[in-house]
Design a protein around this ligand. Structure first.
Ligand code: ATP
Length: 303
């Protein structure tokens, strides 16, 4: 009932395919990161889902129905597409009150979402005076007002400071833990990896990956062990026998590419080499994402 179903979804603007034969599901109970470089088709997919644009072919449905056919859309789907869209002359409270009235939503929800998004103290201020981060929070408050089962958030961390980004991460997680479907777009792998359980990656309107964050990381990052030892000479020799190389890193640490910490620990124990510190490194995740999307990037992506 709360899932999102995208089937063979295609949207063409003139000769250009913004979205090209996409098929995937977004499931409840987890945060799904919607990744792709600028121009990959994320916003177009969200607009198609919300009935703001018509697909050239294929379907985008929520619980099996098109958005425009939902009986109680604000209660079923909350969206943040363009945080700048709120009318500047009104106060935050008035903006939300009008939304609630239009959606036949109880007015108590206005104060609840203002509280939930940390906006209660500025509720009586005009939106014109708001920073980008405050507008993002107001946009999220608006998305939450109908207590929806599905949330679509397009780049919600735009303009937020580090504290705001942590807040949004916690909020997304708690909404997903309540059994809601949460789809969050971003063009940044680093940010999304801290936020999402599952990933949908687009490039040039096409689906490049649909996997759990763990699978995505495991499949694309080369293992790398990070360690400190009191006997680098002996460890170097032992590693060389198995074809691995000990490379000096910062702070007296060493790295070994192509081996996991667990395997390296066993090897060191077998050789009687003392290890003072040992962990897995995941340095290449961002790079793996850039490699995956590079050929598909319309513009130079991801910074
Ligand atoms: N209304 C439109 N008319 C013409 N082309 C459009 C329109 N909307 C989107 N496009 C094009 O479709 C492609 C996909 O755009 P879209 O905004 O969906 O990408 P995105 O992944 O959301 O990127 P961003 O991170 O920059 O928002 C781009 O090439 C864009 O220029």
């Amino acid at each position: 009932m709360n899932s999102i179903e995208i089937r063979e979804l295609t949207k063409r603007y003139g000769p250009r395919y913004a979205v090209d034969g996409l098929t995937f599901d977004v499931l409840p109970g987890r945060v799904t990161g919607f990744l792709g470089p600028n121009g990959a088709g994320k916003s177009t997919t969200m607009r198609l889902l919300l009935g703001l644009d018509r697909p050239t072919s294929g379907t985008a449905t929520i619980g099996g129905r098109r958005y425009l056919d939902l009986p109680d859309p604000l209660h079923q789907v909350g969206a943040l597409l363009d945080a700048q869209a709120a009318h500047g002359g009104r106060t935050a409270h008035d903006h939300l009150r009008l939304l609630a009235a239009a959606g036949r939503i109880p007015l108590r929800r206005v104060d609840e979402v203002l509280e939930q998004t940390g906006m209660a103290s500025v509720a009586k201020r005009r939106i014109t005076s708001f920073s980008l981060g405050m507008r993002q929070r107001l946009g999220i408050a608006a998305a939450l007002i109908g207590d929806p089962g599905v949330l679509l958030l397009d780049e919600p961390t735009n303009g937020l400071d580090p504290e705001g980004i942590i807040w949004i991460r916690e909020l997304m997680r708690s909404l997903a833990a309540e059994g809601r479907t949460v789809l969050v777009s971003s063009h940044l792998m680093s940010e999304t990896s801290a936020l999402a359980d599952h990933l949908i990656v687009l490039g040039n309107g096409k689906l490049l990956a649909d996997s759990s964050m763990e699978e995505f990381i495991d499949a694309r990052s080369t293992p790398r062990a990070l360690l400190r030892t009191s006997d680098p000479g002996r460890l170097r020799a032992a590693l060389a026998l198995d074809g691995f190389e000990l490379v000096a890193a910062d702070d007296g640490r060493w790295t070994v590419a192509g081996i996991r910490a667990e395997e390296l620990g066993c090897l060191a124990a077998r050789e009687g080499v003392p290890l003072l510190e040992l962990s897995d490194g995941r340095a290449s995740l961002e790079q793996a994402y850039l490699d995956l999307t590079a050929d598909h990037a319309q513009f130079s992506a991801a910074h």
